[in-house]
Design a protein. Structure first.
Length: 224
């Protein structure tokens, strides 16, 4: 009887353990995002101070060669959030310049199912993909844990730039991951948007618009 009871309880135990593991992974991902937001907040303070100093100096804010970039993102090697905001601030005065916001779809789900190492591989994969397809004069930044931002100056209309970016940014990619000794073909995509760099009455309004897009329901996907 004890043997039968143990056997019948085994699937339940396995299911409970799997659920616990998923919860642990989700909490780890949440904490990583919180850490990233804290770092971005600190970098934003540095960026704001730098902009204020530039405004009262003889050197205009729009002259990027006189400022040093902050520490790059450790995972991708790209400039981070504060440098992205500096680039956006400078781009506000330029015509036909745009900000493409490119989040990685379902990244929290990837972390929950396959762990943080797989999440990092997806982020690096997508960053490399974007770098290969953007033009050399475009600027790519890691905006947040799951999103990239590209400052694009093409001298063209927004419809033309959107169509050009769509050729690769809207592609349905696939990445092969190894998980517990077996290979998994993982779909990778981005539900992205293009804003005019000068959109919004102020720089802060532009940043708020980007954040609102990233928090919208379209990026809360929970299935492949």
């Amino acid at each position: 009887m004890e043997s039968i009871s143990y056997t019948s309880d085994l699937p339940t135990i396995k299911a409970e353990l799997a659920e616990c593991l998923a919860m642990v992974r989700e909490e780890a991902f949440r904490q990583r995002e919180q850490t990233a937001r804290t770092i971005h907040s600190l970098q934003r303070g540095v960026s704001d101070t730098r902009n204020r100093l530039a405004e009262v100096s003889a050197t205009p804010v729009t002259e990027p060669k006189h400022r040093d970039p902050l520490m790059p993102d450790a995972l991708t090697g790209l400039p981070g959030r504060a440098d992205a905001e500096d680039a956006l601030f400078q781009a506000r005065s330029r015509k036909n310049t745009y900000a493409a916001v490119l989040p990685v779809d379902r990244l929290a789900l990837v972390n929950s199912r396959f762990g943080s190492q797989s999440t990092d591989k997806v982020v690096r994969f997508f960053a490399d993909y974007l770098q290969r397809h953007l033009q050399p004069k475009d600027q790519l930044f890691r905006w947040s844990a799951n999103a990239f931002l590209a400052v694009v100056g093409r001298g063209q209309s927004s419809d033309t730039v959107r169509a050009d970016l769509s050729k690769f940014a809207s592609a349905k990619l696939e990445l092969t991951l190894e998980h517990h000794g077996r290979e998994i073909l993982l779909p990778v995509s981005s539900t992205w948007v293009l804003f005019a760099a000068g959109e919004g009455r102020t720089h802060d309004a532009m940043v708020a618009k980007i954040e609102s897009f990233l928090k919208s329901e379209m990026h809360l996907k929970d299935s492949f």
